[in-house]
Design a protein around this ligand. Structure first.
Ligand SMILES: Cc1cc2nc3c(=O)[nH]c(=O)nc-3n(C[C@H](O)[C@H](O)[C@H](O)COP(=O)(O)O)c2cc1C
Length: 194
């Protein structure tokens, strides 16, 4: 090999080693992140579900609803439906999307609601976060009969749900998405557990 070619070969070799190391690290990290996300999801589902009320693994009993951007986790007891837990998105938060978990019992009653991820303003819109306030706990036990659909709104819009001081946009978005999820559940309940 002529002398002038040697640096090129060396450089190529180093580049190859570097690419290999990068790919290897990425693969390792990706796997670990996926495991962490799955564990986090399991914990979040457990937070809404009543312990002992189901005997399957809801985190792996998944239904992806195409085109609807909703994922449903199903809880069952001896094969019978116990709850549908929707991972859904309120798109009209103050700072964009708010990822929600909405748990619904077969009778259409809410088991619970949690904000999974959001970028609402600390001190204004972040009261949807259970670490900041217990506002989301007001949803448990509610349904499209409690209150009736027309009253599924924040008080400022004539509904029954509290807003936050100086921040109506965030709770309006969450109440709206929870209501939409309840309506979706009512219309598709029978397909959801097949
Ligand atoms: C810097 C800044 C951040 C804000 N963040 C939020 C927020 O996270 N959530 C929210 O609902 N409103 C937020 N607001 C207030 C909204 O602009 C709006 O005034 C408020 O939601 C009240 O809405 P309403 O007039 O419909 O009641 C913020 C306002 C400012 C100036």
């Amino acid at each position: 090999m002529p002398d002038w070619l040697k640096p090129g070969w060396l450089l190529g070799l180093f580049a190859l080693i570097f690419i290999f190391l990068l790919a290897f690290t990425y693969e390792q990290t990706r796997e670990r992140i996926a495991i962490q996300e799955q564990l986090r999801l399991e914990a979040q589902l457990k937070e809404i579900l009543v312990a002992g009320s189901y005997d399957n693994e809801p985190a792996t009993d998944v239904l992806e609803i195409e085109g609807d951007k909703r994922t449903v986790y199903r809880a069952r007891l001896q094969g019978q439906p116990v709850a549908a837990l929707f991972k859904t998105v309120a798109k009209d938060g103050y700072s964009g999307s708010i990822n929600l978990l909405v748990g619904i019992k077969p009778n259409g009653e809410l088991l619970g609601v949690r904000a999974l991820a959001h970028r609402e303003t600390p001190g204004l819109g972040d009261e949807i976060d259970l670490r900041r306030s217990d506002w989301v706990l007001d949803f448990a036990g509610r349904s499209l009969r409690n209150p009736m659909p027309d009253d599924w709104a924040v008080k400022k819009d004539g509904g029954v749900f509290d807003a936050f001081t100086g921040a109506t946009i965030t709770p309006r978005a969450v109440v709206g998405e929870v209501k939409k999820t309840l309506i979706y559940f009512q219309a598709h309940q029978h397909e959801l557990f097949q």
